[in-house]
Unconditional design. Structure first.
Lengths: 115, 114
């Protein structure tokens, strides 16, 4: 059974704190993604990685960074949390890059509140 | 611009009734289309995936259709159950720079009442 695990379900942080969101997948997938989900906006891609130590900016990378030191782990970092980063964060992993192989498996999500 | 639009935004139906959710997209080059179900507070889970050549695909009480000419898809739920209450997200995949890029719709929030 496929599994994408996010380290926290709920997180409350103060403005200016450095925040780490961790994601681990056990499917040996090359591709991993971080999204944020806000009401009425759908999922928006923050960063993705298609290999160890590789990263690509998504649609809304500002205020975020990522780290992929191991294939199974993809971390999202908020360098200095701000209230507008309060959101649901979803990690996903996907099958190797080739045409047609596009199944994405999601973690359970981390609801981050910045106060 | 690559976009996925879903309608309605929200829907309330009675248990046992059928319903149809709509998805229109302007994504090119198209790779495939998926419907996901997202329970409150959970990550999305895939229901169906359809490629360009597929018109219909079923998964239990869920049936998805795809019209690649009009760039429209629908998700039909038959004999709804309380557990069908969730958000349903249409996701279209396109090929971009050798990678599949996912374009998400905002979702339809379905509430099934007894």
């Amino acid at each position: 059974d496929v599994k994408v695990t996010q380290s926290s379900r709920y997180l409350v942080k103060r403005t200016g704190e450095k925040v780490f969101l961790e994601c681990v997948q056990d499917m040996d997938h090359e591709n991993m993604f971080w999204y944020r989900q806000d009401p009425g906006l759908g999922l928006r891609l923050i960063y993705f990685s298609y290999d160890v130590k590789m990263k690509e900016k998504g649609d809304i990378p500002e205020g975020y960074s990522v780290s992929r030191e191991k294939k199974e782990r993809f971390s999202l970092i908020l360098e200095s949390a701000s209230t507008n980063q309060t959101s649901m964060y979803l990690c996903a992993s996907g099958a190797p890059r080739r045409q047609g192989a596009t199944e994405a498996f999601f973690g359970q999500g981390t609801r981050l509140t910045v106060v | 611009k690559n976009q996925v639009e879903q309608s309605p935004q929200s829907l309330i139906i009675l248990e046992g009734k059928n319903c149809t959710l709509q998805c229109n997209y302007t994504v090119s080059p198209f790779s495939n289309l998926r419907w996901y179900k997202q329970d409150t507070g959970r990550g999305p889970v895939s229901l169906t995936i359809m490629t360009f050549s597929e018109n219909t695909k079923s998964n239990g009480r869920y049936t998805a259709t795809l019209d690649a000419d009009t760039k429209q898809s629908s998700l039909h739920i038959t004999a709804s159950q309380l557990s069908d209450s969730a958000s349903y997200i249409c996701v279209v995949s396109l090929l971009s720079g050798g990678y599949n890029k996912l374009i998400f719709g905002a979702g339809t929030r379905l509430a099934v009442h007894p």
